[in-house]
Each structure stands twice: as C-alpha cells, then as structure tokens.
Write a protein that binds this ligand. Structure first.
Ligand SMILES: Nc1nc2c(ncn2[C@@H]2O[C@H](COP(=O)(O)OP(=O)(O)OP(=O)(O)O)[C@@H](O)[C@H]2O)c(=O)[nH]1
Ligand SMILES: [Mg+2]
Length: 310
C-alpha cells in the first residue's frame, strides 16, 4: 500500500487510478490511504462544474482542459456519472469527447458513480479529488449534473463552483432554484449562439444585484463551448477566483468551514461505527423478544447500547 501511495504521489497515473478504485470500493482501506495522502493536499484548485443535463458542461470542461494544458497546468477530471437512467446515456459521449485528453500526460480523467450517496457527490468523489490534489494536479475539475441537492454538495467540496446555464429552458426556474445563486462563484451562459442568452445574463445580474454587496461578485459570462468562444474569459475568471480565495477573509472562512466539515465527517463515521459494534454485541433473541412483548422499549435498549460503549 505504501509503495502504491508513494508512486501515486510521484504522479504515476496507474497508481492514482488504483488508489481511487480502492477508496471507492474498500471503505476499510480508504482511511489509511487518506491518512497518508492528506498532508500532501491543499495545493490544487478544486473546480466544480455543475448545471442542468445537456447544458454543455462536458463540452466546456473539455475546452477548459485544453486551455489549462496550453498554460502548462496539470489537470485531474472527475466526471460524476448520474445514476439516473435518463441521463445515463450521456456518459459514453462524455468519455468520447474527453478521450483525446486521456492519453496526454498531465491529464487524468475518471468517471465515478453517484450510487450510495444522497446528493450527487459522494465521500469517494471528494477523496478522489484530494488524491488528485496530493498527486500534483494543479486543477481538479469535477463535473456533476445539478439535480437539487448535489449543487449544494458540490459547494461543500469545491473551491470554485461554475454554474452552467443555457438560454430558453425555463430560465427563471433554473436560476431561482433554492440556494443556487449563492453557491455559484461564476455563471456561464452557454449556447450563446442561441436566442435569449443575453436575457439570461441580465436575469442573473439582476438576481446578483438583489443579493447585495459581496466580497466576490460572480462574473456572468457567455460561451459557445462547442466553438470555444468565451472560454479564455472563463479560464481567467477561474484563476481570479483562486486569487480571491487565497487573499480574502471569505477565502479563509470557506477553507475553515471545509476543514470543520471534514473533521465532523470523520467523527460521525467513527461514532456510527462504535454504536454499531456496541449494538451488535448487545443484540440477542432474548432482547428482541423482550422488545416484542413490551417488557422494554427501543429507547431503553438504545440507552444500554450507549452505556456498553463507554
Ligand atoms: N448550440 C450549442 N450546442 C452546444 C454548445 N455546447 C455544447 N452543445 C451541445 O449540447 C449537447 C450537450 O453537451 P454536453 O457537453 O454533453 O452537456 P452536459 O452538460 O455535459 O450534459 P450531461 O453530462 O448529459 O448533463 C451536445 O450535443 C453539445 O454538442 C454550444 O455552445 N452551442
Ligand atoms: Mg456531461
């Protein structure tokens, strides 16, 4: 395991892939891997790209990769596959589109499922992002389909969230969806070759006005991702946001909130494990019979489980 981690840290793509597979499938080994990986993290910019299905996230991602590569940066990409059968068909397309980058050194691409997590972003997705960070990628890009909760989830793990909108598909609903304005650090109105892009830009700007003065005013940019138009401006805004995070109070607040979340996440997992083991020890047919006959209650049993723990 140690040599695997060592090789991954040196940037070996196969070792990185292997590590990610392990943290995805073997929860028991995940912790020791993350313990040795973690001290090497904190250097990459984790960039979340979210938006409705078909908005052009993958097309934009692909163009952003090219631009970052041209600037000499290394990139890790995690495409979070929606488990939903409705959008599942897009996965192959994504793979094909980004394929050209997959063989380049300096680019690492990985698809991950969302199964087993509540939002669109699982613990494994975050750990994979940390692994890519530790292994020297300058930018770690996570593409997720924004469906409800996952947009908020991506905010919890990304430094910079880019929300991709498109003209002419229930614009108001797209924008007004609860909390969505607050999570985006950057708005991209893609498919600007279509009618109505300007209107979406205006609506987003108006919403931002309503939110009032903020240390960071999210830029609202138009792109035609298919043709690469507007992409340099997007890449520039992403870099600006990184600078902002590095030198502002807001940036520190967000880093600390993430660190708190990480500690709490670990505590929750450990406590859950302790409770489970204690309950397994106490559980018996006699006890269940006592519960069935109401000689005791689930509350009293839970008390006993806690007592057993300490
Ligand atoms: N007209 C137009 N079409 C675009 C543009 N960008 C992307 N598309 C097309 O929109 C479709 C969806 O693009 P994707 O990049 O797969 O979108 P996505 O958001 O990754 O989709 P999912 O991952 O399935 O949610 C494709 O057919 C693209 O060719 C654009 O700027 N203008
Ligand atoms: Mg996609």
């Amino acid at each position: 395991m140690n040599t695997l981690v060592q090789k991954a840290l040196e940037g070996d793509a196969r070792s990185i892939a292997r590590l990610i597979s392990i943290i995805e499938s073997e929860a028991s080994s995940a912790e020791s891997i993350m313990r040795s990986i973690y001290p090497h993290t904190g250097k990459a910019q984790i960039l979340g790209i979210t938006g409705s299905p078909g908005a052009g996230k993958s097309t934009l991602t692909d163009k952003i990769i090219t631009s970052l590569r041209d600037a000499g940066k290394t990139v890790g990409i995690i495409a979070v596959d929606p488990s939903s059968p409705f959008t599942g068909g897009a996965i192959l397309g994504d793979r094909l589109r980004m394929q050209q980058h997959a063989t380049e050194s300096g680019v690492f691409i990985r698809s991950m499922g969302t199964r087993g997590s509540l939002g669109g972003v699982s613990r494994a997705t975050y750990e994979a992002a940390l692994i890519l960070d530790a292994c020297g990628k300058d930018v770690v890009l996570i593409e997720t389909v924004g469906v409800g909760q996952s947009e908020v989830d991506i905010m919890r793990i990304a430094d910079t969230v880019c929300l991709v909108l498109v003209p002419g598909m229930g614009d108001d609903i797209q924008i007004m969806k609860a909390g969505i304005m607050e999570i985006a650090d950057l708005f991209v109105v893609n498919k600007a070759d279509r009618d109505g892009a300007e209107r979406v830009v205006r609506e987003v700007e108006m919403m931002l006005d309503l939110l009032g003065e903020k240390a960071w005013r999210p830029p609202v940019l138009k792109t035609v991702a298919e043709r690469g138009e507007g992409v340099p401006e997007v890449v520039e805004a992403i870099a600006k946001h990184r600078d902002f995070l590095l030198r502002s109070e807001e940036g520190r607040r967000r880093r600390w909130a993430r660190l708190e979340m990480e500690v709490e996440e670990i505590l929750r997992r450990e406590v859950a494990g302790m409770v489970e083991r204690s309950w397994e020890k106490l559980k018996s047919p006699d006890l269940l019979l006592a519960l069935e006959e109401r000689r005791t209650t689930p509350y009293a049993v839970a008390d006993a489980v806690f007592e057993e723990m300490f």
